[in-house]
Design a protein around this ligand. Structure first.
Ligand code: NAP
Length: 290
């Protein structure tokens, strides 16, 4: 079993980006600029945004965080997005999800200028991805593809089962894995809460990508010997032994599954850091496209 080390992979990507930023600045251009809109006080969201700012600092990007009250209206947020769309000094921005329940996430995503949609969530960018056209690829699936690339994991002709069909992970993941690309060219099955015979299906997977948000859902009896297992799940569970009072738990029962795998990711040093690195790659791309 080999651990897919997203932490060190993402570190390499950040170094590559920092080099490009140094070059941009030495040519007299301004650094890429990422903005993040944070609505409300969700602890996990605040953490994610703080990490994004730290990543920007590390590679030499400018960053701006726009904080809005939990009570901000949908209209307030749409107006903020319109401002960001027309601000020439900002190359790309994200609206941290989830949003408070009184705000329609779809409406918000539709309001973002696709040229600044570095999360890759807008219909235009998702459509481009589906057609294999240049675009901003959704950060988490792209980070996973990058792991396959950097570890030279063979995906061609393999059976890939994606558990979860969300717009931000499962669905784009299944599309990327099925495209005629390398990595890619897999035969993909996408499964969800209505799928029957999940255990059998998972057992048939050469590559199992799990993004359902159910702690340790995938157990050893669901995994084929030699499979590649990617755990996207990240759920906070209370843990009094931790300074912050919680720990992140994945969707895979790592301790019991790992010995069956050829490769496996671990939470939180696997997919999470790769997602963050992808966001930086997209922001650099947005700056280059300007
Ligand atoms: P989501 O929008 O809640 O979607 C969950 C998906 O899992 C849905 O398609 C749901 O099916 C399916 N599902 C739920 N229970 C299931 C079951 N028992 N069997 C089979 N399928 C089931 O989740 P998400 O946004 O994709 O996130 C999934 C997990 O990944 C979460 O833990 C999240 O925190 C984590 N995440 C991590 C990163 C990272 O960078 N590490 C990034 C994004 C998300 P239905 O469609 O039928 O409801």
């Amino acid at each position: 079993m080999q651990l897919l080390d997203g932490k060190s992979c993402s570190e390499k990507i950040r170094q590559e980006i920092a080099k490009e930023v140094a070059e941009i600045k030495s040519n007299g251009d301004r650094a890429p600029h990422l903005a993040a809109v944070l609505v409300g006080n969700d602890g996990a969201s605040q953490n994610y945004v703080a990490f994004k700012v730290k990543d920007c600092d590390e590679v030499g990007f400018n960053s701006t965080v726009i904080r809005m009250e939990e009570t901000a209206t949908e209209q307030n947020l749409l107006e903020k997005i319109a401002e960001l769309n027309s601000n020439d000094k900002i190359d790309g921005f994200i609206v941290q999800l989830p949003l408070p329940s009184h705000i329609d996430e779809d409406k918000v995503i539709l309001a973002i200028d696709p040229k600044k949609d570095v999360d890759g969530f807008c219909p235009e960018n998702v459509g481009n991805m589906s057609l294999g056209l240049p675009t901003f690829l959704s950060a988490t699936p792209n980070g996973i593809m990058e792991l396959f690339r950097r570890y030279s994991i063979e995906t061609d002709g393999k059976h890939c089962v994606v558990l979860g069909r969300s717009n931000i992970v499962g669905t784009p993941m299944s599309i990327l894995m099925s495209r005629n690309t390398n990595p890619g060219n897999a035969t993909v099955t996408i499964a969800h809460s209505r799928t029957k015979g999940l255990q059998e299906l998972c057992l048939s997977a050469d590559i199992l990508i799990v993004a359902i948000g159910k702690t340790e859902f995938v157990t050893a009896d669901m995994v084929k010997e030699g499979a590649v297992v990617i755990d996207v799940g990240q759920t906070r569970v209370p843990d009094s032994t931790k300074k912050n009072g919680f720990r992140n738990v994945g969707d895979v029962d790592f301790d019991n599954v790992k010995d069956k795998c050829s490769y496996i990711t671990y939470v939180t040093g696997g997919v999470g850091p790769m997602t963050r690195a992808s966001l930086l790659q997209n922001t650099l791309k947005a700056h280059q496209r300007r």
